[in-house]
Design a protein around this ligand. Structure first.
Ligand code: SF4
Length: 214
């Protein structure tokens, strides 16, 4: 018999309780000092690991400390800093255009609403939700590769489209837990619920997971 929303919510809360114990310090794995830096780091993280982005951003943020520095950057120079994150030509173009729009439309500040963030070049719902949750305390579901995979394995969604996964999780995860839950999914994906070889036998939430491999 399939679970209804209420039962999924109840199970999710039990998983969240365990996550709070084992990932008490779960946080964004990108390093940043300001909303602008997180906005840029998240764009760099597309098709790249957070660890690689964290290797690149210290020199990048030193060279371009303000939104104006990014907006006026020479593409060739900026791209040299971010080349190793992949898709660097597109990322360079988007970062410069994004910062120019921050200046022209938002007084040089990172906006605090989804609708405004989505007007920025290179910014999709994943980036917007991450910035809103981590910088401004606005609840939201960040669907990255870990969150999508684990949500499906845990039976919280059947969807693969990130927006549909986000909508399914919004119905199940309480607002005040949403940002933290998504960070925990990243930690859990790395620690136990690997894409190819999940370690279900040792998984602390295995008794709450319909997909556990016996
Ligand atoms: S039981 Fe297995 S599939 Fe379920 S969350 Fe744990 S590692 Fe992932």
């Amino acid at each position: 018999m399939s679970e209804n929303i209420g039962q999924k919510k109840e199970r999710a809360l039990k998983i969240i309780e365990i996550f709070h114990q084992i990932y008490a310090d779960a946080d964004c794995t990108l390093e940043y000092m300001s909303p602008l830096q997180l906005l840029i780091a998240t764009q760099l993280a597309a098709q790249c690991t957070d660890a690689r982005v964290n290797m690149v951003t210290p020199a990048l943020f030193k060279r371009y400390p303000t939104v104006h520095d990014f907006a006026c950057a020479y593409p060739e120079e900026l791209s040299a800093f971010i080349r190793s994150t992949g898709f660097y030509r597109n990322k360079t173009k988007n970062i410069i255009a994004c910062c120019q729009k921050l200046i022209s439309d938002f007084g040089g500040e990172v906006p605090k609403t989804m609708d405004e963030l989505l007007t920025l070049p290179g910014v999709g719902r994943k980036t917007a939700n991450l910035v809103l949750g981590d910088c401004f305390g606005v609840p939201g579901i960040v669907v990255d590769t870990h969150a999508g995979r684990l949500s499906r394995r845990m039976g919280f969604t059947k969807n693969t489209d990130p927006y549909k996964v986000e909508l399914d999780l919004l119905k199940i995860i309480p607002p005040f837990e949403q940002s933290s839950f998504c960070h925990c999914l990243v930690y859990h994906g790395r620690e136990y619920c690997d894409a190819r070889k999940p370690r279900c036998a040792e998984c602390p939430v295995k008794d709450l997971c319909p997909q556990k491999i016996k």
